[in-house]
Each structure stands twice: as structure tokens, then as C-alpha cells.
Design a protein around this ligand. Structure first.
Ligand SMILES: [Fe+2]
Length: 176
């Protein structure tokens, strides 16, 4: 039986200093780092959780140069076919779809990004993996993995790296 969105899965925020936010969540809130992007020693993204989910929250470096912005909230769907059906329904309804359906390398999640009328980005998400190992070591992605930002299903558009809410004028775009 095809079903719609089931629950909130995770939230993704933009930050000027990913490392500062990552350390705060680890040191003050008990989060564990699950995956990260590091370019030449600079933290570009961090995926953390307090549950077995691969991420409850993620921080990505804001390509606009701003700080403390919202990137997206993700809703869980039970399987791939539910997400593909949702894509058809959203397309027919005229919803603005930014990217997907496609699959991330980071988190192994299947994704679809869309915008609600207020301009916030939402994600439909399924797949991923669960972590139960107490000695889990974070997966680290580097500059050499840039072509793996999407595992399959096309590239992420520039807006994915620079658009967040509230909207700001870009002062730089150096996420890549
Ligand atoms: Fe997400």
C-alpha cells in the first residue's frame, strides 16, 4: 500500500562555522558524529545523531557566507516506491521540485527536495542506514569525493549550496 509522509526524520541547517556547531552538539548535547565532509582540513558538513538514525541533524557550510540559516526539514517515507509516487503527485500539483528523486552518497538516503509556498526547502527522504555499533567511526568525505555528492540521479543545483531561509544576498559561494 502506497503511503505518504510518515514522520519528521531530520533537520539540516546552514552554518558559517560547521566545526563550532558540530562540537557544540557533541560536547553539550551528547550527539555523535556519523559522517562529515572535510576539505583541506576545513569542515564543510557534519551529520550527527543521538538515535540510531544516520542523522537527526546536519550542518552544512553556507555557500552564501551567512550564518545560522535553515536549509531543510526532511520527512520520512517508508520506501522508494512511496517517494517516486510522491514525485508524480507533486509534479501534477505544480509543486516546485529542486532536485531528485535521486540518491545521496552521504547517508545513502533517497531524496526529493521541494519548496513549500513560504520558500522553505522540504525533503522527502527514505533509505539511509541505522547505526548500532558503539564504536562507530565517522565516515569522512574529502575533495576527492566531490563526484560522489550524488550517488545516482543527477547533480545537485547551485541553489542547494547557497539557498536557505531567511534569504540573504550571497557574499561568497565557495562551498565547493
Ligand atoms: Fe536531508
Amino acid at each position: 500500500m502506497a503511503r505518504g509522509t510518515r514522520r519528521i526524520d531530520h533537520v539540516n541547517l546552514l552554518a558559517a562555522d560547521v566545526g563550532a556547531n558540530r562540537r557544540f552538539l557533541e560536547d553539550s548535547l551528547g550527539f555523535r558524529l556519523r559522517e562529515q565532509i572535510v576539505h583541506s582540513g576545513r569542515e564543510m558538513g557534519a551529520w550527527l545523531s543521538v538515535t540510531p538514525l544516520v542523522h537527526d541533524i546536519a550542518y552544512m557550510r553556507d555557500g552564501s557566507g551567512a550564518d545560522g540559516r535553515f536549509h531543510h526539514v526532511a520527512f520520512w517515507m517508508d520506501d522508494y516506491s512511496d517517494l517516486l509516487r510522491a514525485a508524480d503527485i507533486l509534479r501534477e500539483a505544480g509543486t516546485r521540485i529542486e532536485a531528485g528523486p535521486a540518491k545521496h552518497a552521504i547517508t545513502n538516503g533517497l531524496f526529493l527536495y521541494l519548496y513549500e509556498p513560504g520558500g522553505n526547502r522540504l525533503e522527502l527522504f527514505t533509505g539511509g542506514y541505522l547505526i548500532f555499533a558503539p564504536d562507530w567511526r565517522p565516515v569522512t568525505w574529502t575533495e576527492e569525493d566531490r563526484d560522489l555528492r550524488v550517488w545516482w540521479g543527477g547533480e545537485l543545483p547551485e541553489s542547494f549550496f547557497t539557498y536557505g531561509t531567511p534569504v540573504v544576498e550571497p557574499v561568497k559561494a565557495d562551498l565547493r
